[in-house]
Design a binder for this molecule. Structure first.
Ligand SMILES: Nc1ncnc2c1ncn2[C@@H]1O[C@H](COP(=O)(O)OP(=O)(O)OP(=O)(O)O)[C@@H](O)[C@H]1O
Ligand SMILES: [Mg+2]
Length: 195
């Protein structure tokens, strides 16, 4: 590559993303084997920053708007930044995919709210929403309606949320409220003792 700084930058990005991809595959295998390490009880991270990074990572059509509603100050939570970033990447990727062919839609809104006890990241799209018959099975592994989907994104994401003593919920938004789907990740603000 010589000393072309652009090539060096791209190679650094590729290396970084390969490392992350490798870690995701290892997580997946650990989850399937049922021996995911619990998040370190002392690790903390800024959830606002993790949400910003996750949104920046998801490939999307250039005209698709993503409204980010984040507090200005850091929102520190306990847990594993890399795994939580993966959850937000999965949710935003699903939202982008739900809008395929809906070029005129109002796009996607990603919001972070918090109080003393918990932080909530919600990802709302204006796609077709989720059929009532699919909703109860949405988080089961291998449930997918996409030709190229694995159906693992939401199953893994909920597992990661629960490993953090949080949760991940899905809802279909009524047509009166504009339709589409909303996924909400909830994480406690303070370490929870015990398993
Ligand atoms: N925002 C959304 N709007 C409508 N349906 C959704 C949305 N997110 C997920 N779904 C539905 O839930 C199914 C499962 O999602 P999940 O992320 O687990 O797997 P996938 O997206 O199909 O595959 P992968 O995540 O491996 O690419 C999707 O195939 C889709 O039918
Ligand atoms: Mg997915």
């Amino acid at each position: 590559m010589g000393d072309d700084p652009r090539a060096a930058r791209q190679l650094r990005r590729i290396t970084e993303q390969l490392r992350i991809a490798g870690a995701i595959v290892n997580d997946l295998l650990d989850t399937v084997r049922g021996r995911n390490a619990p998040p370190s009880p002392t690790a903390t991270f800024d959830l606002a920053r993790v949400v910003r990074e996750a949104v920046a990572w998801v490939p999307r059509p250039p005209r698709l708007a993503i409204a980010l509603r984040l507090p200005e100050d850091p929102v520190v939570v306990p847990g594993d930044a890399r795994r939580i970033r993966q959850v937000v990447v999965n949710l935003v990727a699903n939202a982008v995919q739900s809008l395929d062919g809906h070029d005129d839609s109002p796009g996607i809104a990603v919001t972070l709210d918090f109080d003393e006890r918990a932080a909530h990241v919600s990802v709302r799209d204006h796609g077709p929403g989720i059929a009532d018959t699919l909703l109860p099975r949405l988080f089961e592994p291998f449930v997918t309606t996409r030709a190229e989907g694995t159906g693992l994104g939401l199953a893994l994401s909920r597992q990661i949320a629960r490993d953090h003593h949080g949760d991940l919920r899905a809802e279909s938004v009524s047509p009166a409220e504009g339709g589409g789907a909303r996924f909400t990740l909830t994480l406690p603000r303070h370490s929870v003792e015990g398993p």
